[in-house]
Design a protein around this ligand. Sequence first.
Ligand code: T1G
Length: 696
Amino acid sequence: MSADGPVRRDGDVAVFTFDNPPVNALSHPVREALLAAIESLDSDPSVRAIVLAGKGRNFVAGADVREFDRPPLEPLLPAVLTRVEACGKPVVAALSGATLGGGAETALACHYRCAAGDLQFGFPEVSLGLLPGAGGTVRLPRLAGWQASLDLMTGGRPLGIDPAIELGIVDRRMDGDLVAGAVAWARELADAGLPPRRVLELPVPPSRPAQFEEYLRALPASARKLPAPPRIVEALACAAILPAEAALARARTLFMECLGSVESRALRHLFFAERRPAPDPDLARPVAQSAVIGAGTMGAGITVSLATGGIGVTLIDARQEALDAGLARVKSLIDASERKGRLDAAAAAGARGRVRGSLTLAAVAGAELVIEAVFENLAVKCELFSRLGELAGPGCVLATNTSTLDVDAIAASAGRPADVVGMHFFSPANVMRLVEVVHGRGSSRGSLATAHAVAKRIGKIAIPVGNAFGFVGNRMLYAYGREKELAMLEGARPEAVDRALQDFGMAMGPNAVGDLAGLDIGWQVRKEWQDKPDDPRYYRVSDRLAELGRFGQKTGRGFYRYDGPGGERAPDPEVVDLILAEAERLGIPQRTVEAGEIVNRCVLALVNEGARILDEGIAETPADIDAIWCNGYGFPRHRGGPMFHADSLGLPAVLRSIRALSASHGARYWEPAGLLARLAGEGTTFAAWQAARSGG
Ligand code: T1G
């Protein structure tokens, strides 16, 4: 809060400013200051009206999420907002930018609301495994009705100013100086002698008792299984039938139940893991112009990300038809984003205007960043980087989008390793938010800082990783995939494997993912992989399918067949026969492999490999691994990522399970990682280990 206090006077109107950078979160000191201000202004006869406003872009982005893992400190937000609403003078909320969660609830506790055009009003609590715990479930329906309240709170997506006005949440749009406009309006209200209009005193809109049950049933099963969505619906249902005080109390109880849930702790863990500080932000070099080499699927997706992120892009490919196809794909992706409302017309036009094509590599000359997305072959990439090393301007960052290859080898071929980094995007690159930024042995801090800064600027979650085969994500994917492959050779059906892991919460089963990405990609990588385990069973099913040209969706057949009438995925008995033949050839007896075993093996393989990666320093923190797996591989967010999940299971139990798997399946793949064994022995967690390392 600013030195001269949060309150300033504009004649007979007092303005309280939330000033808690970066997002004006309602931390304990802010709550104390607001309560004290309202109490003194309410009893000050020289004050006829009060305005609440936020300093900077945002009004208030909610409660301070960091405080949720500490014992709550009075005054709590519900009590503060009850006092705001009880104020005997008109209290006007001047809303701008992020007005979210507790910030939206603060707005609803005010008597009148005006807003600027950049308003983002919403209740993202559900994405933290929570529900609005400071009166939002009781006040919002009185203004916006049940349907909108249900949608806003279970969906978590914010509203812009127009729908907020249409729904009666915001009374007035303020263009120009928001706070000055709010002060003038507050004075008008006082002059008009209008009483405080308390939302809690507004009539409860009519509702059908069944409507809440129906709404809950209509929610996706994955949401119904989580603690927060059903409790949001229940809190709203209570607001429809209970007196306001009782409904507020019930909402608070439901909120506390969510707060203590492992799902909410997992989602709060991810919130901060995805906002990890970038290394050396001050060393980041400006990037206005970039170049992308290779106009294939990845190249086009990366180009769209850069262009919609405000960076000029030259898409380069040696072949005219490939370049034309790439530019057409870029255009169709931007058009689609505009059609879906993800980009407004101006932003879409701007992005289209930032993209141009070239057939010559020399076009990299004016770029400050070059990202290569050509065929995944070391010789091809090294040959390209040897030319880029000569053609790219001094200080230009040279990034490779390789997903498995040795970044140091590629850097050496460029002859300027300080400028070479890995930027491993995930497909589709214009949608997937994750970028693994690979720190090569010779990569300079400035080049790395620039890569991280560009990734953040284009809306990506950038996680630093070391240079090792498969970096972090793909290396763990190989362990995860190994176990599903072995389980199929032992008797599990491909669709049963996928169902088991989807029921665990994975966005998609590994076999369906393989078919989507193309089984030829992994097959190609394994053929080139020098250190592949010398085990005839290793990825034998996937390799056999690829050998037969079954590359997945792109060939109509893979683990599944896609050549049915709607092209939808269908189990293929031929694959079962093929697996049985391979199992027989390898002498593997068939048995029933239960879903629980499949999940246990695949998920614990992730955890054990993750612990090895931390031991080797290829990942800096367990939270980095969690952010990678939840944003790149569809690991369930409500489980927080593999390492957080392991902590929630308890590392001693995890170690026991791994030792049991080692006993039943051999130590070859199930030797417990040193870090895991040590922490389990100490009865501690990955989180505590990380906190101790970072002096927490
Ligand atoms: N609490 C604490 N820190 C927060 C925060 C919050 N609510 N929101 C953001 N930060 C920090 C974040 O960690 C980062 O820190 C910096 O602000 C910038 O964030 C009682 C229970 C507002 C749209 O869920 O969605 O209210 O890395 O990188 O891209 O019923 O932040 O700089 O150190 O995301 O411009 C509900 C969460 C809380 C909103 C801005 N509110 N925040 O996006 O910046 S629960 C939310 C966001 C609640 C009540 C309930 C976004 C943003 P650092 P950023 P951005």
